[in-house]
Ligand binder design. Structure first.
Ligand code: PLP
Length: 460
């Protein structure tokens, strides 16, 4: 072999610069002296980069994934034991960890019954869309094939998921898209489209969805796909009454409710799943990130038996769900997911999300009192956003370059936070926090102190 595989930091940086195409990255600066960032180790809420710099990670692995924190030996051991015994069997067969994790998951999701395994959030959502389309063909003669999605929500990176994506900057230049995905308006009360607030805003938002249903025709709509709390689109918590309204619309017009829990799931907001905060009863739930906290790739599309049973018909060979995912047969994912869920339970990390989440919210509210640039603070549990505005009256967003400068300043201070940077043109202005569910009040103080300093330095 002519390759050295040297662990020398300089070698790794140059190998990365020469060969890696990073996600969501403009590579031009790497041609002119900027080094790619390489993370080499993690423990608890901290990570270390290849230059030895320590960072407190307030976004759980950059993309809100490592819910139980880094360095969990028992998850590593569970994966190693399982894959040594039986690493993979795909196609139609099941596996022992697959069965065990499904039992555990369904126990946390009353009203849901079936788990379909895949590898990423996008893939789980694709499964859900395919189920809806197949139900449309099998049971409605091809009608009820349309899928509603909401402005500012994000459901993944494939073409069908982008077709269901409400974030313009993610979609630009990737069309043409899959037909029959129809947008409904967002529900960000802070930017209420008609000036109403609270329950009146919720009612107006529901009416806006109903208007779309009536315009398109209820008999053409199969499902509505929503994040419980819009994540990357700006940490948008719907107002009281919104979810009751969604549920009523789904019953009234016979529309399946598909909730995308890829971010909010597995304890992030304090309940096992975000939808459980709002008392809704979904027909389909998709999840990924926190399911195994990034220790292994796994995602799930979970359905009711009412959905599942529509695929049972041995008189019609096209009836079964004719879908497959090679790596849905990996056992490392469910083995990791089992330990991940046990840790969340044993360490009461959902309780910690609520308690420490309150601390985070209080700190951000205190920053809002201090800095006129923060127009709104919102979130739930250890999941929060602070929207930055140039002027509180007009709510004009702070320029996204300045928002990026605040994130970069925090990074220089050794604190990793996020920001909407791929949402809507002009609205990439919300700082985002989703630390591991093990975060302590001291960790949160460390993070918000860094943000305080960064805002002062960048915005004054
Ligand atoms: N759904 C939501 C709400 C997400 O935030 C994401 C990714 O960030 C996805 C789906 C897609 O997940 P993945 O990147 O694992 O495909």
């Amino acid at each position: 072999m002519d390759v050295t595989l040297s662990n020398d930091p300089g070698h790794i940086v140059e190998a990365d610069r020469a060969h890696i195409w990073h996600h969501m990255t403009q590579h031009k600066p790497y041609d002119s002296g900027v080094d790619p960032r390489i993370i080499v180790e993690g423990k608890g809420m901290k990570v270390w980069d290849i230059k030895g710099k320590e960072h407190l990670d307030a976004v759980s692995g950059g993309v809100w994934t490592v819910n139980v924190g880094y360095g969990r030996e028992r998850i590593g051991k569970a994966i190693a034991d399982q894959v040594t015994k039986m690493c993979f069997f795909g196609g139609t067969a099941g596996t022992i960890p697959g069965a065990h994790f499904a039992e555990m998951l369904i126990d946390k999701m009353p009203g849901l019954d079936r788990v379909y395994y895949a590898n990423s959030g996008s893939e789980a959502n694709e499964k859900a869309f395919k189920m809806v389309r197949q139900i449309s063909h099998k049971h409605y003669g091809g009608k009820k094939s349309k899928i509603l999605y909401r402005e500012r929500d994000y459901h993944g990176t494939t073409i069908a998921c982008l077709s269901a994506g409400g974030q313009e900057e993610r979609n630009a230049q990737y069309g043409p898209f899959t037909p029959d995905f129809i947008a409904v308006p967002h529900c960000l009360e802070y930017r209420s489209q008609d000036g109403t607030s609270g329950e009146a805003y919720a009612a107006a938002s529901i009416k806006a969805i109903e208007d779309v249903i009536l315009r398109e025709g209820a008999d053409t709509i199969g499902s509505i796909c929503l994040e419980p709390i819009t994540a990357g689109g700006g940490i948008i918590v719907p107002p009281v009454g919104y979810w009751d309204g969604v549920q009523e619309l789904c019953s009234k017009y016979n529309i399946l409710l598909h909730i995308d829990e890829v971010v909010c799931g597995v304890g992030r907001t304090g309940t096992w799943f975000g939808y459980q905060q709002f008392g809704v009863k979904p027909d389909i739930v998709t999840m990924a990130k926190g399911v195994a906290s990034g220790y292994a790739a796994i995602s799930c599309c979970v359905t009711t038996n009412a959905v599942f049973d529509q695929f049972k018909d041995d008189t019609d060979k096209l009836s079964m769900f004719r879908d497959i995912s090679t790596f849905g047969g990996c056992t490392g994912g469910p083995a990791a997911a089992i330990e991940n869920m046990l840790i969340i339970e044993e360490e009461d990390l959902r309780g910690n999300s609520v308690r420490t989440g309150e601390h985070l919210e209080n700190n951000l509210n205190a920053l809002m009192e201090k800095h006129k640039w923060i127009g709104d603070v919102r979130g739930m549990g250890l999941f929060a956003g602070a929207e930055l505005v140039a002027d509180r009256g007009s709510k004009e967003p702070v320029d996204e370059k300045l928002v990026a400068a605040i994130v970069a300043d925090c990074m220089n201070q050794g604190v990793i936070i996020g920001a909407t940077n791929k949402s809507l043109p002009g609205f990439n202005n919300t700082l985002m926090f989703a630390p591991a569910l093990i975060a302590t009040p001291d960790d949160i103080d460390h993070v918000t102190d860094a943000v305080d300093q960064a805002i002062t330095r960048v915005l004054g």
